[in-house]
Design a protein. Structure first.
Length: 110
């Protein structure tokens, strides 16, 4: 498990980035009750909140199509092909990596 560095502005697991937001940022929206952050197009594996994180109050939400994570006690993100990622307590924007393919920008698929 990666040890959280509280001075880092972002963390990464595969093609998903977690960008720390200002503590005063509001991240309320439509809850994502499944805890799934992104589902892999090829393997079907998903980036998701660990059940223990959800029981400790971590909440994913969608606001105008953007995803946010509010983790008052921290959170662990799991994926079958990546090691678990431990995030310190805070609020995060969830960002999908993109790449330019010569014609335009597209989301990287895990």
């Amino acid at each position: 498990m990666e040890t959280p560095d509280r001075s880092k502005p972002f963390w990464r697991q595969g093609d998903i980035y977690f960008v720390r937001l200002d503590e005063e940022s509001r991240t309320e929206g439509t809850p994502v009750k499944s805890g799934v952050i992104a589902k892999g197009e090829t393997t079907g594996h998903s980036h998701r909140l660990a059940p223990t994180s959800m029981s400790e109050g971590a909440v994913l939400s969608l606001i105008a199509g953007a995803m946010f994570l509010q983790a008052p006690r921290g959170a662990t993100i799991v994926h079958d092909e990546h090691g678990p990622l431990s995030l310190p307590a805070g609020r995060y924007a969830v960002v999908h990596q993109q790449e330019y393919d010569g014609l335009g920008w597209r989301r990287v698929l895990d």
